[in-house]
Design a protein around this ligand. Sequence first.
Ligand code: CP
Length: 317
Amino acid sequence: MSAAWTHRHLIDVDILTADELTLVLDLARSMSASRAAGTTEPVLHHQTMATVFAEASTRTRTSFQLAARALGGDVVSIEAATSSLSKGESIIDTVRTLDALGVGVIAIRHPDDGAARVATDHFRGHVVNAGDGSHAHPTQALLDLYTLTEHLGADGIRGSKICIVGDLVHSRVARSGIWALTTMGMDVWVTGPREFLAGFETWAAELPAGRRLTITDDLGAGMRGAAAVMALRVQRERLHGSAAPTEAGYAVAWGITEARLVAACPDAIVMHPGPVNVGVELPDDVASGPRSVITCQVANGVPVRMAVLALLAGTDA
Ligand code: CP
């Protein structure tokens, strides 16, 4: 299967064709089954993956670690607070150090856009972007796509409407997600307060022709007929004093309540990349309710990252 995969690194999903996205999804399904059965091929045996996280994480770091271990790999964890990053060592020197220590794969998260790309210039193994600034979060996009196929069907994606709501301008999840979902033919609507859309249009204008993306500040129009609604986290850490609604004001105007979900398809699912600001993007009864697939998204992070690591390991470093 890895014969069709030629990418040494995964910095964003914009390098992946629809066939390559399908390859990842198919392999993730197979990884999920083999992990449950205890029959996973140890393709990372004798290899070490480092999670290099200069920003906080629970889901992404843990699922990368579980994925590498499930593939028979060793795992080391580099965190900002407990590594020499806290002494001022640069991310480049950190990556060079891991390269010298024989690490074969790094999953890197960093607050700066482009940090994962920079790492590829200083590392002889494979680099996976685990989230860089507001730029990209490719494995989140893949696990979201995987989750959508679980609930809408692999053939139900094309033409289905998804509404992505919230802090678009700061969201690497939205950027990678929109790219992947529109590559697979989804009809993507994005909506949020004007403060969270300002500047996002510039990015959206660069999408290839033919992608189905609608930007609106009308939440009702975005939600109408949607098969899936994805709320984004309001990223207080990236606001830096810029204008933004208060949490209470956001919840009133943009929170995805059951009353608002009436506009969506009757069986519409609710997604969120996490962590949820409960009571802001989603009230608790929606975040924990029957429409919510948030825990499915989290769980799917492991087989999807197993698939990505296996595909990368199958290429020449
Ligand atoms: N979705 C996501 O990236 O979550 P974490 O920050 O917990 O990894």
